[in-house]
Design a protein around this ligand. Structure first.
Ligand SMILES: [Ca+2]
Ligand SMILES: [Ca+2]
Length: 89
């Protein structure tokens, strides 16, 4: 019985991991152009980092939220780099 319970828990963990990876994939359809020049390149990652370091203010804060999680943080800069490397972000 104990062994059955353990494998049931393992199945639940695997199932929830599958669900979260699907959720991440769905979130990855969201992209923005942080510096608004019409292309997504490394300059956008630098732009997000510059904003986070207080180098300048921006007029469209939503454009900096590259990964669409409603936060502007280092993960957006990382997401741009991963996007450019054609990785999931
Ligand atoms: Ca851009
Ligand atoms: Ca974000």
């Amino acid at each position: 019985m104990k062994k059955i319970f353990k494998s049931l828990i393992g199945g639940v963990v695997l199932a929830s991991m599958a669900v979260s990876s699907l959720a991440v994939s769905a979130a990855n359809t969201h992209t923005t152009d942080p510096n608004g020049n019409g292309i997504i390149d490394i300059a956008d990652a630098v732009y997000v980092s510059g904003y986070l370091h207080g180098n300048y203010e921006v007029s469209d804060i939503y454009a900096l939220d590259f990964n669409g999680d409603l936060l502007v943080d280092d993960y957006d800069s990382l997401a741009i780099q991963r996007y450019l490397a054609k990785m999931d972000y």
